[in-house]
Design a protein around this ligand. Structure first.
Ligand code: PLP
Length: 809
């Protein structure tokens, strides 16, 4: 299909007529957007059909990426980009008097994730399709994604994210592919045909209905599938008995209870809530996903013993780890395989990515709750554990070891252990993180299974985060080094030849300046605050969490502010500090930190005595679409987590790719950014891994000593609770207490002095224009290695043994 501008114009008008019986002049922007989206999906539909057909016929290995979260954001822009019709569409619409960018703004973000983990899943889908790898997503179609954040009087207020309200043009409901998922009930063993079998009775049956969204590859014919499951009642939507008695809410109770399974995303990032509904969600999509994989596999008429040769299931963190037991259940109970054969297939099918070592994020479920909800699955986990413990016992003859490694212990089912035992690969998400997993957190397992553990450093898709988010920079790069960096992002390194080239530096700078000016307009419109577009844009956008240390950032800002108050002529480059962060609704300290940032912003932005040298802005509702706007205008990228706590980070990569200079601890993938660009092109501060681990081990950190010895810290901390910020004294007393009385778990005070030094160094570096611009180019040039295309190539080769195939049209 060769599209032309005229074809698009005609198709678009026809679409508008068919969908709404409207022509352009009488159509709303919403209808124009929906018509365009629907047309774009139609343009991908032949490729989608052919991809499925050829995957089936050629019997190539399929990868299924199981994730509770897919933070994909908007799709119109990226689908146009990947289909290669952005400019054509823009021109066609322009002829019709329509502005494409305005329509893009109509789309609601698909915010089906919390942060980095969900965004990684989205980047991986884009890379698999673009590399022609048969890889699909499997998850939950939440009716409500991550809450929308409003800031009212400085506080976060959460609003339900009704993202489907205006319809979703990208998905296709596949009622005919629905499956049944069973909860609760009793399991009765029976002996039939010389074989032990298990009868599941009195369970609650939930219908899982899939909604498929095309995942369009860049510049190829591949269209993979993101399959998200929605929970529905099987037969009766309401109970007629109650209904006829006039008990209307009772009549629909059952329906609501079932549909609640896929109703809302849990808004906790790296802090797990042990709620039964969450376990229900997990089993719901895992069971539905595996059932549909098995059904499709069987259509090929291959023996089930070859399952793992044709299927890889990847589990994104432990959330889908019941997959181990569910696959065993199907193979043993339904396919009648022996335990040993089923175990061989299961462990060779499943691979697991660990995302964090924070203890509050390690999933475990109380035995009673688990057993009641998933009786047969629990029995299977018990058997897996019995056999595993025997192996450990055999190897070490050490009961303490057996106890420490047991999947079921202390009244809980430990999901990370189940995931490790039941898979053939366990990977961390950056070199440092993997090293800590192997040598510390999971050392027992790494010793027991030395070959299972490996590293796969996270990545980001350069298509969304550079080409789509920053088209001018992307075009400049292509004009300068040719376009092969798009297929081979490592070729961005060719930009090094231009790192000292004044005219190239100036062009990069001009583009950034232009991005900064556009964003300043957005800020002026939305917040009524004027920002100095010549100031340094210093940006920290990520979830709000104590370990990410937004408080450290604010402490430096306060210190700078007090210095400016003492000396309004203090010679600094003007700076605008931006924050964007959602706090989990139940995470009190994180919400207080948002109030603190807004309080400090209010104080500083309204103080005329400091000559507008600094401004602080908290951007509401940080999301993928906001990230795409703000990252291209960053001068400074804040990556300041306590070393060892941020497993990888991915916003660090997005900023680098857009030519920001990073101020960072040597944590997560920051270490690899540092290794790539060298010490001249990044500003490093803070404690190193071994120092943090030593303090944690020896418990010899005392934050009060720093409070007493550093007058800057004393001033900041005192002012937190003496009313000088313009709020009641007790407003921030819990932050104060956390840092002093409770001894500052994440070493904010410890790293403060070095952070201030590093921030002053940023100021000095920025003064040397050519040096700074060279640093920016250096960062862009080295960012190609962090394309998720590289990450996915490693997963494909080293974990999945999956190969790309070209789809013919
Ligand atoms: C990339 C991204 C993240 C992850 O940011 P980190 O700084 O790596 O934690 C979170 N949220 C959104 C919307 C993102 O785009």
């Amino acid at each position: 299909m060769d599209l032309t501008k005229d074809l698009i114009k005609n198709d678009f008008k026809k679409k508008l007529m068919n969908l709404y019986s409207e022509d352009i002049t009488e159509s709303s922007k919403l209808h124009l957007y929906l018509a365009l989206g629907s047309l774009v999906r139609e343009y991908a539909s032949e490729k989608w059909m052919k991809t499925n057909e050829q995957y089936y016929k050629k019997q190539v290995k399929q990868v299924y990426y199981f994730s509770m979260e897919f933070l994909i954001g908007r799709l119109l822009g990226s689908n146009l980009l990947n289909l290669g019709i952005t400019d054509l569409c823009r021109e066609a619409l322009k002829d019709l008097g329509i502005n494409l960018s305005e329509l893009e703004e109509i789309e609601n973000d698909a915010g089906l994730g919390n942060g980095g983990l969900g965004r990684l899943a989205a980047c991986f889908l884009d890379s698999m399709a673009s590399l022609e790898i048969p890889g699909h997503g499997c998850g939950i179609r939440y009716d409500y994604g991550l809450f929308e954040q409003k800031i009212i009087n400085g506080y976060q207020v959460e609003i339900p994210d009704n993202w489907l309200r205006q319809g979703n043009v990208w998905e296709v409901r596949k009622e005919d592919k629905a499956v049944i998922v069973k909860f609760g009930g009793t399991v009765i063993p029976a002996f039939e045909n010389d074989r032990l079998s298990f009868k599941h009775e009195n369970y609650e049956a939930v219908l899982a209905v899939p909604y498929d969204t095309p995942v369009i590859g860049y510049n190829n014919n591949t269209v993979n599938t993101l399959r998200l499951w929605s929970a529905q009642t099987i037969d009766k939507d309401f109970d007629l008995d109650s209904f006829s008695k006039g008990e209307y809410s009772k009549a629909v109770e059952h329906k609501y209870s079932i549909e609640s399974i896929s109703q809302v995303l849990y808004p906790d990032d790296t802090r797990i809530e042990g709620k039964i509904l969450r376990l229900k969600q997990q089993y719901f999509f895992v069971s539905a996903g595996i059932q549909s994989i098995i059904r499709r596999f069987k259509k090929n008429k291959l023996p089930i013993s070859l399952f793992n040769e044709y299927i890889s299931i990847h589990i994104n963190d432990t959330h889908p780890s019941v997959a181990v037991a569910e696959l065993m259940r199907i193979l043993v109970d339904e396919e009648n395989l022996s335990w040993e054969d089923a175990w061989h297939i299961t462990t060779n099918t499943i691979a697991y990515t660990n995302h964090t070592i924070l203890s509050e994020a390690l999933e475990k479920w109380p035995i009673d709750l688990f057993k009641k909800l998933l009786p047969r699955i629990f029995m299977i986990i018990e058997e897996i554990n019995r056999r595993f413990c025997n192996e450990v016992r055999e190897k070490y003859k050490d009961e303490k070891k057996v106890y420490d490694m047991s999947i079921i212990a202390d009244g809980n089912v430990k999901m990370a252990y189940l995931a490790i035992v039941g898979s053939h690969s366990v990977n961390g998400v950056a070199k440092l993180h993997t090293e800590i997993l192997k040598n510390k957190e999971l050392a027992n397992f790494a010793n027991f299974y030395p070959l299972k553990f490996n590293n796969k450093t996270n990545g980001i898709t350069h298509r969304r985060w550079l080409m789509e988010a920053n088209p001018k920079l992307s075009n400049l790069i292509t004009e300068t080094i040719g376009s092969d960096w798009i297929a081979t992002p490592n070729n961005l390194i060719k930009l090094l030849a231009f790192s000292k080239d004044k005219s190239f530096q100036d062009n990069v700078h001009r583009i950034k300046q232009n991005n900064k000016i556009n964003f300043a307009k957005y800020v002026k419109d939305k917040y009524g605050i004027a920002i100095d577009t010549d100031s340094i844009y210093d940006i920290q956008v990520k979830r709000l969490h104590s370990y990410k240390r937004q408080v450290l950032n604010i402490f430096n800002i306060l210190d700078l502010y007090y210095r400016l108050k003492e000396n309004p002529n203090l010679d600094i480059i003007p700076r605008t500090f931006f924050f964007g962060a959602k706090a989990a609704p139940g995470y009190y300290l994180a919400k207080q930190t948002i109030k603190l940032i807004n309080t400090v912003a209010n104080k500083i932005n309204n103080d005329n005595s400091i000559n507008e040298k600094i401004k602080v802005l908290f951007l509401e509702n940080y999301s993928v679409s906001l990230a795409e706007k703000i990252i291209p205008c960053a001068d400074v990228s804040e990556q300041i987590s306590t070393t060892t706590k941020e497993a990888s980070g991915t916003s660090n990569m997005k900023f680098m790719m857009n030519g920001a200079v990073t101020i960072a601890t040597l944590d997560g993938a920051n270490v690899e950014i540092y290794d790539a660009v060298g010490s001249d092109n990044i500003v490093i501060f803070g404690m190193k891994k071994d120092e943090v681990l030593a303090y944690e081990k020896n418990k010899n950190y005392h934050s009060y000593d720093l409070y007493n010895s550093d007058p800057r810290l004393k001033r900041i901390l005192d002012n937190l609770v003496n009313g000088s910020l313009g709020v009641i004294n007790s407003e921030f007393s819990d932050i104060h207490k956390y840092l002093l009385a409770n001894n500052d778990e994440y070493f904010v005070l410890k790293d403060f002095a070095d952070y201030v030094r590093a921030q002053n160094r940023i100021d000095q570096l920025y003064r040397n224009k050519s040096k700074w611009r060279e640093m920016c180019v250096y960062n862009i040039a080295h960012s190609g290695i962090f394309s998720s295309d590289n990450t996915i190539k490693q997963y494909s080769k080293e974990i999945w043994n999956a190969k790309g195939i070209h789809v013919d049209i």
